[in-house]
Design a protein around this ligand. Structure first.
Ligand SMILES: Cc1ncc(COP(=O)(O)O)c(C=O)c1O
Length: 362
């Protein structure tokens, strides 16, 4: 009975299956959680900066107080880090997910269209559907490069937003500067999700000073290793940020997240060492996977690799790996039934994955 009272748009949304934790998988298969290797959610295998952990300890007893609504110290550090000169063009969020929610809520009214390439991060579609928008999906070609001509051609009168994820989850590919500029030149607002940008050879955050229709999303969940704290941010024109600030939830970046993220930004040597190690390990894993028969890893600029299984059913392989304590992501939810996505872990984690992957491929 109560279900009839629920917003029908919510009923239309498919359940988002978040990655299982080590503990859940250990319970499910009677394994020791300490032996389970999780390479499924593109987390940082090396953890956060020790300075961020120190900041969390230092402020832990002050969580009885609300944090600053517009975290000035953090915003100033982010504007230095991103070289976005004006702090009025940065907005914090409870993860990039929340900033995404705010941007889509800000723009989308029932009947509006959102152009996006596929496959990509599924949360964009959930939010667009929730606010009454319609997704116009543009398929990426077999090499998962960005179909910018088709994206620009798909922009019509009803288009309110174009979403670009670069490096793209799950493919690891990046958009070219000329492709992005052509999309921006259409005049439509472009939300560019750069969650994995620290692992890539290029960032387009600097284009915000040139294009007032560009909104860039960034996060501390990936390269900074702070996924458990939930802190992300948006960089955009003063006008867009000003309007977005009106509708964001109050105090949305929690105290410990503010302090830890600020401390992490003061320890960029740590960030750079983590990024460099991850890139070396990404290359090694890429080569090892491609030395096997019947599978293909794609070049990636994120901290993960998309892997195609030519002959095997990806869901069955993911489930066999899980039973042996290795968690990777099935890409069925991205519309790729023959693919899995593997996060680049620490060396011993990647080796454990490779050993078990060979066993389950048979
Ligand atoms: C492309 C992309 N954007 C955003 C997010 C979410 O970021 P956050 O943890 O900051 O909410 C993810 C998380 O996996 C992601 O893959």
């Amino acid at each position: 009975m109560m279900i009839e009272k629920i917003n029908p748009r919510v009923k239309a949304i498919k359940v988002y299956v978040a990655g299982a934790t080590k503990e859940e998988v250990a319970r499910r298969h009677g394994l020791n959680p300490d032996r389970v290797v999780k390479l499924a959610s593109n987390e940082n295998a090396f953890g956060p900066s020790p300075k961020a952990v120190e900041a969390i300890r230092k402020y832990a007893a002050q969580v009885n107080l609300y944090p600053e609504d517009h975290p000035s110290e953090l915003i100033t550090s982010i504007s230095e880090y991103t070289r976005a000169s004006d702090s009025k063009i940065i907005m914090g969020g409870n993860g990039a997910d929340e900033v995404m929610d705010t941007v889509i809520k800000l723009l989308i009214m029932p009947g509006d269209e959102v152009v996006v390439h596929t496959p990509t991060f599924p949360y964009y579609e959930l939010l667009t559907t929730l606010y009454g928008g319609r997704m116009v999906k543009v398929s990426m070609p077999d090499d998962f490069s960005f179909p910018t001509d088709s994206i620009v051609e798909s922009i019509g009168e009803k288009t309110k937003l174009v979403i670009i994820c670069s490096p793209n989850n799950p493919t690891g590919t990046v958009i070219s500067e000329s492709g992005l500029r052509r999309t921006l030149d259409s005049g439509v607002i472009v939300m560019l999700d750069e969650a994995y940008v620290e692992f890539a050879d290029r960032s387009y955050t600097g284009l915000v000073s040139e294009y007032e229709n560009l909104v860039v999303l960034r996060t501390f969940s990936k390269a900074f290793g702070l996924a458990g704290l939930r802190v992300g941010y948006g960089v955009a024109s003063e006008e867009i940020i000003g309007e977005a600030m009106k509708i964001k939830p109050p105090h949305n970046v929690n105290l410990l997240a503010q302090k830890a993220a600020s401390a992490a930004l003061k320890d960029l040597d740590y960030l750079h060492s983590v990024v460099e190690k991850t890139k070396v390990l990404r290359e090694e894993l890429f080569n090892e996977i491609n030395s096997l028969g019947g599978v293909k890893a794609y070049r990636s600029q994120g901290n993960f690799l998309l892997v195609k299984l030519f002959e095997k059913d990806a869901a069955a392989i993911v489930s066999r790996l899980e039973k042996k304590g290795i968690i990777v992501r099935s890409c069925a939810g991205f519309g790729l039934a023959r693919h899995i996505r593997v996060t680049v872990g620490r060396e011993e984690e990647n080796q454990a994955f490779m050993k078990t992957f060979k066993e389950v491929l048979g």
